[in-house]
Design a protein around this ligand. Structure first.
Ligand code: NCD
Length: 328
């Protein structure tokens, strides 16, 4: 893929062409899923890939780990909690260390929004953002788009998707907002006022509908994308809407039926059953969360391969065999 970024921080780092190529490649990888003859390996040597999750994760970390193994690469679970980061070393120095030891790519999750931006000009190592604070989670949005296509929402153009939940604090929400309109999808963002984003550009405001009325939003939707209330990002403030959230915004089979809607329900997980999604809905035919998880592996394989193959010479430190004499 031409000029694929070495630091994939945001959806906006990708051209539409690169996104489309990723979708195609993920699809190819999926086609090989049951081919035990092995993947046609494009690598001349086995790449070494680390994950460094500075924040909790179940799905993302394991899906990357499995994608790495399926690609035949070597996986290092870099445990940031017990590393020198805890002794005050900067993230940059830690990443340069990983690269100097021969790690090719590091997948990073951090609770600091935009923390990876500083690495774009001179990457200490190739990086994929596994979610940074409330800013971006590009691989989740890409795998969601892949899943939307896979399940038959093939003509995305003109379809309406409503994201319901705590969009303000959601990096998944922010990445979806950047990605889905590129494919002609009409976006509705729905939740209590405090949950709606306040950082939309003028161009986004012109295209995206914001509403606090979930029933009206459901009426117009071809798919609902649910997000949990991300209390851990509320900086200790008790959300006033929380108590009545299930009644006001929780989605159940009954609520879909009330509107005569047979539409897919997406959720990036973890889901809070009984809050944003009812128990009967998560167990129903409408729920596509497991398809999202299943497809996550193939999209992440595609992204990893694209980053590894980008031929960027500007990454890390070059070792040119220098000696003491060179200091004089
Ligand atoms: C999300 C995340 O961590 O940003 N989950 C995920 O990656 N699958 C969503 C969330 O935390 O609610």
């Amino acid at each position: 893929m031409v000029n694929f970024p070495s630091v994939l921080e945001s959806i906006n780092d990708l051209s539409l062409k690169q996104t489309k190529d990723l979708l195609e490649l993920a699809s190819k990888f999926k086609g090989y899923a049951n081919d035990w003859q092995g993947l046609p390996t494009p690598f001349i040597r086995t790449p070494i890939i680390a994950t460094s999750f500075l924040e909790n994760s179940t799905r993302t970390k394991h899906s990357f780990a499995i994608a790495i193994k399926k690609l035949g690469a070597t996986y290092i679970d870099f445990n940031a909690e017990t590393s020198s980061l805890k002794k005050g070393e900067s993230l940059e120095e830690t990443l340069l260390t990983l690269h100097a030891q021969g790690t090719d790519l590091c997948i990073i999750r951090t609770n600091v929004s935009n923390q990876l931006s500083e690495f774009k000009d001179k990457p200490p190592i190739k990086i994929i953002n596994g979610g940074d604070g409330i800013n971006q989670h590009p691989t989740q949005a890409l795998l969601d788009l892949f899943t939307m296509k896979e399940i038959g929402l093939s003509k995305l153009q003109g379809k309406t998707i409503t994201i319901v939940g705590d969009i303000y604090h959601s990096r998944v929400g922010h990445s979806l907002i950047d990605l889905l309109p590129q494919f002609g999808i009409n976006l509705i963002l729905c939740g209590p006022q405090e949950c709606l984003p306040d950082d939309l550009s003028a161009e986004q405001k012109a295209k995206i509908t914001l509403t606090t009325n979930v029933d009206e939003a459901i009426e117009k939707s071809d798919l609902l994308y649910l997000l949990r209330i991300q209390k851990e990002r509320h900086e200790g403030q008790e959300a006033s809407y929380y108590e009545n959230y299930p009644a006001n915004y929780g989605i159940s089979v009954e609520r879909l039926k009330k509107h005569g809607k047979n539409i897919p329900i997406f959720h990036p997980g973890p889901a809070n059953v009984g809050v944003e999604i009812s128990e009967d809905l998560i167990k129903s035919k409408y729920y596509f969360g497991h398809e999202q998880v299943n497809n996550s592996v193939y999209m992440r394989m595609a992204i990893i391969q694209a980053v590894l193959q980008n031929q960027d010479k500007n990454v890390g430190i070059k070792f040119n065999g220098r000696t003491i004499q060179d200091l004089c």
